[in-house]
Design a protein around this ligand. Sequence first.
Ligand code: F6R
Length: 242
Amino acid sequence: MDIRFFPNNELLNTAAAGLIAHLLQAKPNAVLGLATGGTPVGIYEALIKLYEQQHIHFREAISFNLDEYVGLPETHDQSYHAYMQQHLFSQIDMPETSIHIPNGNAADLQAECSRYDSLLDKVKQIDLQILGLGHNGHIGFNEPDAGLVGGTHIVELKEETRLANARYFDSLDQVPTHAITMGIGTILKAKTILLVVRGADKAKIVHDALTGPITTENPASLLQTHPNLVVMLDAEAGVLFS
Ligand code: F6R
């Protein structure tokens, strides 16, 4: 495990974007596993700058997003489809056909999970999976539970997750109750995982996840088993490691 600490968010964003850029330069057709939420926004901004300066391009790259809310129209500004358009895809040259995000509005959600898994099977392995961390240890929307699921599946969001995400909606009752998420098996199969954690409110959960017992009650703790895990922490999130 390679844990890196950053005194500020700008340096973290530059380092994370640099890692992704390095991969794209070495392997232009890399498969990227992408996350949404507050954590990666600055990383995507830094990546877009590298693209505009022509250090990288996305013409041959392929992307798979971790998750999407169930039942939120793709045009809703809080859907992860809209988020990805806004924060990354509208500003780079990745072909639309290379972009994959689960469809949370599919008539048959189980069939959608299978469809997503078969697309993932086709690429065999994600080269670099970017992860944020939930306050309860979730990665993707794999919530703490007595057991975890390997493949793409539908999940009922925990109250704490809905509360955390309510900041983006007008009220808590507008936050969807369910999501489709890539499973823990797919995440752990990625060649490299980049876990990014920011803020004092996540200092304990990230410390527990990376130094405590490996337990499905803290899904991120399973990352300890990954052979190529890079963790980037800002000063507040990394405070318990010193
Ligand atoms: C997002 C995702 C979630 C978030 C996590 C942290 O695609 O899968 O696991 O990474 O909830 O969210 P933020 O970054 O908003 O604190």
